[in-house]
Design a protein around this ligand. Structure first.
Ligand SMILES: Cc1ncc(COP(=O)(O)O)c(C=O)c1O
Length: 512
């Protein structure tokens, strides 16, 4: 669950405490406003120092944060909507795309046979992984229709594909065809994906690597089959795109692979940029054209948008651009190598913990941990009790619910994303991982029925009151409830956090 909020944000009076909503005489000073902001930020999970092993990507280099902050300030008033008015935006975007396509196996083609730009890799900077994924799907759908496809197209992907593709299928009207993965390894057989390809498939998506289990999907086999069938093939490298290029001995997964038609890679993950920067690259200028939306059919200014937004900040683009220039390939490589050294060490720590196991063979600086079925029942460590115990010790890791795929269940796991700064706290983190396991070894996983009983038999009770200290019961409920129910409850929970009225007012549960 992606909630890390201090209770202060659930306090209906929070906005009044500096008089922000008072009359003109009692307006707070700039200092008071900023003091309030610092107070709120102090209640957040720490973004630096390595205690949060998801959401944030701390390079450990304060210099990069300062550079990014200055770049954002320099671009603050600019509107990224129009690079003809703000030429700086076009230059920054060009340079970022050029760097990224080179990194992802596709330098500029000076190829005479490519005079239409069919093979040249081009793209856009977007506001994040989700926007890159959404646009990859929209582009493929539009190209499928242009190619004569009619009716509802299908999007084929392993079940581990990021939820952004579920959102894209929902937004853009595709049927999602999710392929099961091996519950023990989190990996998917190429034949299982290839067997689903057909004329109604607008896009097949594979990940490098997948977020839940860090599995590197079989890019070469799937992309080749997609190319033979004339189907678009997207590699989601949102999390791996700026880390995997520096790892030795991986099978090719980027534009060097025939049949890969687009790749997403997030600058705000292992590119260490502040949130709001990702790239979506396409093989061929024609494909990029299908990503754009343009209209001259209204009485206002001609609208030509490469991405989902209209007016947009150029700040994160400028910050990402500045960081790429400062680090260069060699700087990124050094950070990736440090991060991988920490990852290997943490994997070894988990392997030594009696009762826990790592899922599959993770590729890149992330991994998921499950209880070890080879250990006796009394020695097993439930990964969610372990996560809650780690949280009590000051380390935030991410709880992933179990998921039914057909007849099988993908186990509930705990996810860790490792960053360069992790190397500085490895001894403390490793000791905490061992201690947390010792404290919960043998405690059975939360029984969803017991979690339900604790709520008085009504799961809707989770939306009342403060966020729970321990997340295991809530995540067990999420794994057990029908998806429509858990999605409705979580929507309510999150909507209330941002609702200025008191939390108990206006229930918005679907069906009420
Ligand atoms: C593989 C993958 N794709 C897409 C996304 C979505 O990225 P964002 O959170 O930037 O929208 C993520 C985020 O972790 C990811 O790991």
């Amino acid at each position: 669950m992606s909630v890390e909020v201090d209770d202060v944000t659930r306090d209906g009076d929070a906005m009044d405490s500096t008089g922000l909503s008072g009359d003109s005489e009692s307006r707070p000073s700039a200092d008071a406003i900023l003091a309030r902001l610092s107070e709120l930020r102090a209640g957040d999970a720490p973004t630096h120092g390595g205690h949060v092993l998801s959401y944030v990507y701390d390079s450990g280099l304060a210099e990069l944060d300062e550079l990014a902050g200055a770049a954002i300030a320099a671009m603050q008033p600019v509107n990224g909507l129009d690079p003809t008015t703000f030429g700086s935006v076009a230059v920054l975007e060009r340079e970022v795309i050029d760097f990224m396509r080179d990194l992802l196996g596709a330098g500029p083609t000076a190829d005479a046979a490519d005079d239409q730009g069919d093979r040249e890799v081009v793209g856009s900077v977007t506001t994040g992984g989700t926007e890159s994924c959404l646009l990859a799907v929209k582009t493929a759908r539009d190209l499928w229709r242009l190619g004569g496809g009619s009716g509802t197209p299908r999007l084929v992907a392993p079940v581990t594909v990021h939820a952004a593709f579920q959102k894209a299928a929902h937004y853009f009207g595709l049927d999602l065809d999710l392929v099961p993965v091996d519950p023990a390894t989190g990996s998917c057989e190429p034949s299982a994906i290839i067997g689903r390809l057909g004329a109604d498939v607008a896009l097949v998506v594979i990940s490098a690597p997948s977020y839940p289990f860090a599995a590197l999907d079989p890019v070469e086999q799937v992309a080749a089959a997609a190319a033979d069938a004339g189907i678009s093939c997207h590699v989601d490298a949102c999390i791996g795109g700026l880390a995997l290029p520096f790892l030795p001995d991986l099978p090719p997964w980027d534009f060097r692979v025939r049949g890969v038609t687009s790749i997403s890679a997030d600058l705000h993950k292992y590119g260490y940029a502040p949130k709001g920067a990702s790239v979506l690259l396409h093989r061929g200028r024609g494909r990029l054209g299908a990503q754009y939306f343009a209209t001259t059919r209204w009485p206002g200014y001609p609208v030509v948008n490469p991405t989902m937004l209209g007016s947009r900040s150029a700040g994160p683009l400028a910050a990402a651009w500045a960081i790429l220039h400062r680090l260069g390939r060699d700087g990124l490589a050094r950070l990736a190598e440090d991060t991988m050294a920490s990852t290997r060490e943490l994997l070894a720590v988990v392997e030594r913990i009696d009762g826990l196991r790592v899922i599959g063979s993770p590729v890149g600086p992330l991994f998921a941990v499950a209880s070890d079925p080879r250990a006796d029942q009394g020695r097993q460590v439930d990964p969610h009790h372990w996560a809650d115990e780690l949280r009590a010790l000051g380390w935030l890791v991410q709880l992933q619910p179990s998921l039914r795929q057909g007849e099988e269940i993908l186990p509930h796991t705990t996810h860790l994303t490792v960053t360069p700064v992790t190397s500085r706290i490895l001894p403390e983190l490793s000791a905490a991982m061992v201690l947390a396991a010792d404290r919960v070894r043998g405690i059975p996983a939360v029984d969803p029925l017991a979690a339900m009983a604790a709520l008085g038999g009504d799961p809707a009770a989770v939306v009342d009151g403060p966020l729970p200290e321990r997340m295991a019961p809530l995540i067990a409920l999420i794994g057990a409830l029908p998806a429509e129910t858990s999605e409705g409850l979580l929507t309510e929970l999150l909507a209330r956090l941002a609702n200025p009225t008191r939390p108990s007012a206006d229930p918005v549960l679907p069906g009420q």
